[in-house]
Structures are given as C-alpha cells and as structure tokens.
Design a protein around this ligand. Structure first.
Ligand SMILES: [Zn+2]
Length: 469
C-alpha cells in the first residue's frame, strides 16, 4: 500500500477553492479536507504544498502524437514518449489522441494498430478518438463495437483531401452515435470554399505561407459549424465542435445551446493568445511555423473566445498539439503553402497559457480554469468522475502549481522533440511544480522522471447527451 499526503496547499476543483490537504492511497484520492493527516500512516510520503494550488491534472483531448500525414510522407515530430513527457511537464495527466482509419481499413484493425504504437511509450494515461475516413456499411456497424470497447468518440473532417467525410457520411455517423451513446467530434471548414480559395491564391502567384490564412477565412468555419450543428439536430444526436476560432462559429454554438441542443465546443490556446499578425506577408518563410487549420484570426475574435469560455458557451480548451519541425517538415511547403504541414506544438504550454491569460489576467476564476482544462474534457468524452476531479475514489492525477511562479517559454527547455516554439519568449505562470499520475510523482520541480510505457489505457464510458457540460 502506497500513501502520499499533499499538505498545506489550496485545493482548487471545478466547484471549490480553499485550504486543504489531499491524501492519496494506492493511486486514488482517499480523502480531501482540513484534517486528513490522521488518515495517513507513518510511512506516507509528505509533500509540502504551502503557497501552491493543488488541482486535477490537465486532460488534453486533442493531440496528434506520431500522427502520419500521408500526403506529405511525414509524421508529427513527437512520438508517444516525447509527447507525453512534454504533456506531463505542462501538467497534463491524460490525453485523448487519435486512431486514423486508412481507406479500406476496419476501425477495429485501426484501433489495434494504434494501441501497439502507444502502449510501449506513453507515460500518462491515454485514449483516442477514431478518425473515420471511409464511411462504409461495415464500418458503421463497427461503431457500436468501438463504443462498447471504451472508445465512444469519432472524429470527422469536413475538409482535408483524403480524410474528408461528406454530409451524408456525417449524418449516417451521427445517427449511430445518437443511438448508441457515442459522440461525433468534428473539424468544421467548408471544403469546396477552401479548395476554391486555395486555387485562386495559387493562380495569382500567391504561394507563400502568409496566404494560408486568407484561403480559410472565418466564414468557411462558421458555415461548416452551422451545417454540422444542423445535421446533428436532424439526427437528434450530440456533437462536439473541435477548435472554435472565430466569433461566427462561436455564435452558432451559443445559439444551438440556447435552443437546448447537446452541442459542446473546444477552443485552443493559439486562438486565445495569438492573432493573424503572425501571417505577416513580409515575414518570410518563418510564417510557416504558424500554419494550422483553422488559422489564427484577427485580434477581435480572441476576446469573443475568452468571453465564450468564461460564460460557458465554449466548455473546454485542448491543445491540438500537432508538432512539425520547422527544418525539413514545415519547409516542405517552401514553394507552395498547401504543402506546409498544418499544426503547432502546444501540449506542454496549454495549461500555462490558459492559466496566465485566464486566471492571472482575471478572465477566468481558478475553478473555471480547472473546469475547462480538466473537468469538462472528462465529462464531454466519457472519463468523469474517474478523471478530471479530486473526488474520493478518482484517480490521483493532480498537479501542484505555484500561482506566482513565472517561467519564460524557451523551445530549448521544452520537452517536445519539435525544433521551435510558437510562444518563444512569452512569460507565463501555471507550470506545475509537481505532476502526479495515479499517485506517482512523474514530474518534480520541472524534471520529468516517468518510466517509458507507464501510462495506461483509460477506457471511456458512453456519452450521455443530457450530462454534457
Ligand atoms: Zn487536430
């Protein structure tokens, strides 16, 4: 029996904040409160958390580790070891990554292939959404099997060449998730409009990385977001919108929720912290470091997203961690922006960026910070209350953070394998002093120490549309 007592800190959960100790036994939360010391045996390890906040570990439900981009013949820069170590250093204790169904492949085969890639390397607990790219009758019939097996969420791309699912396919998937307790998680951009705008830019000789953003303007996101919400309504099914970046899309989500529809939404730190000034046409090819889809927006969208996050119409922040090296990966698109791999690193900096822009800047309460980074991701994707909370019986996944300690982000000191950081030089608060996963210390004073492969599969439950935050 292993015991651990985290003493003298301020305990912060989605609904409470106050002084308290946390007692951990055999990997689970055994007690939280003012007098839990008496429950601990003499051999219990004690961590002095005075001056610190003790919070549920972050849950990142949108990461792309060891993710292949077949069209370009490359794979994201982090595997499940470097990516989850980076996550742990940034306070993440659970990820939900992706299993990519290849054309012709069965979902169960894709699942087994993916598990074999994750198991030997992950240092924190994990699950994945299944990216469905080939909507056939036999594939649809596998969806309830995946849900029963603890993988209730399915990612759909409304754009992206070989991965695209058309409206009929999306509707058929929604009918199945609605009936069987699953959830469709959708990337919303109007594919026809994007392809048209790309062709127009390329034909005009506008091939540099700065033209990525104007080829995917806010209207293509808002239109597809509205369409996905309407199709989910038609099927009577819940829906989760990936990476909301703009006021129009945020408005469609808020309207649907006001009508009582079970629609959840996430945004990402890059859309809360950066804006479209990163796409300076005079910025040279380095602009490619910020090429992601959807792209960063004009500055006025940022405040709309923060407000939506504070008042509840956006319920969670994920990273969309999709790291590509600048050298030899981003540079693939030197002569044509459509060949720049889309994505930025973010698993390690997500909590600090939301903490700094949210809690330190006074936009989010500490409780709301916990809710959008841990509790709601667990609720939306079927992991609550085993994850995302400090209730008795939950997994002891937690972080201990000095709310006043400031760190300057520097790519050289980050743990991701990628060769740059989009927030280089930014000063942030919210990096954990300690990260614990199932009661085991995996990061101590910024130093990672978890053995490779210690992470476990977190099988997830059915999604209850009525229980969505
Ligand atoms: Zn993504």
């Amino acid at each position: 029996m292993s015991e651990l007592l985290i003493e003298g800190g301020t305990v912060v959960t989605a609904d409470r904040m106050g002084p308290g100790d946390v007692f951990v036994r055999d990997g689970c939360i055994a007690a939280v409160g003012p007098d839990v010391r008496t429950a601990a045996g003499r051999d219990a390890r004690v961590i002095d958390a005075s001056g610190h906040w003790v919070m549920p570990g972050g849950i990142d439900t949108h990461t792309h580790l060891r993710h292949p981009i077949d069209r370009l013949g490359i794979t994201t820069a982090d595997d499940f070891y470097t990516g989850t170590v980076a996550g742990a250093c940034g306070g993440v204790t659970t990820i939900v990554d992706f299993s990519l169904q290849r054309r012709g492949e069965s979902l169960l085969h894709a699942r087994d292939r993916r598990l074999a890639e994750i198991e030997p390397d992950a240092v924190i607990d994990y699950s994945f959404h299944t990216i469905v790219t080939d909507v056939r009758d036999d594939v649809l019939a596998e969806m309830p099997v995946m849900i029963d097996d603890g993988f209730p969420s399915f990612k759909v791309y409304m754009t992206y060449g070989d991965k695209i699912v058309n409206d009929a396919g999306l509707l058929r998937m929604l009918e199945i998730t609605g009936e069987h307790g699953g959830l469709v998680y959708v990337h919303c951009e109007n594919d026809c409009a994007v392809n048209h705008l790309i062709e127009r830019h390329l034909a005009a000789g506008k091939t540099g990385p700065a033209y990525h953003a104007p080829s995917r303007p806010p209207a293509v996101e808002a239109e597809a977001t509205h369409r996905a919400i309407m199709l989910a309504g038609l099927a009577g099914s819940p829906l989760c919108i990936a990476h909301v970046t703009s006021s129009g899309a945020a408005r469609h989500v808020a309207d649907a929720r006001e009508r009582g529809k079970p629609v959840a939404a996430e945004t990402c730190p890059q859309y809360l912290v950066l804006d479209d000034s990163v796409y300076d046409p005079d910025g040279g090819f380095e602009v490619a470091k910020f090429v992601c889809s959807p792209p960063m927006r004009a500055a006025e969208h940022r405040e709309v997203l923060w407000e939506a996050l504070a008042e509840g119409s956006i319920q969670q922040v994920s990273s969309d961690h999709a790291p590509f090296h600048y050298e030899n990966q981003k540079t693939t698109g030197r002569d044509n922006f459509t060949r720049i791999p889309n994505g930025l690193p973010g698993i390690e900096t997500r909590l600090p960026l939301v903490f700094t822009g949210g809690v330190t800047a006074g936009r989010l309460s500490p409780q709301r910070f916990v809710e959008v980074t841990a509790t709601n991701p667990a609720r939306i994707f079927g992991m609550y209350p085993r994850k995302g909370t400090l209730e008795v019986g939950a997994d002891a996944d937690l972080i201990v953070v000095d709310p006043d300690a400031e760190v300057e982000i520097d790519a050289a000191r980050m743990h991701s394998a990628v060769d740059y950081n989009p927030y280089q030089g930014l000063r942030v608060r919210g990096f954990p002093t300690w990260t614990l996963s199932r009661g085991e210390m995996i990061v101590e004073r910024g130093e990672p120490m978890p053995p490779r492969g210690r992470g476990r599969l977190a099988r997830r439950g059915r999604i209850d549309p009525a229980a969505l935050p």
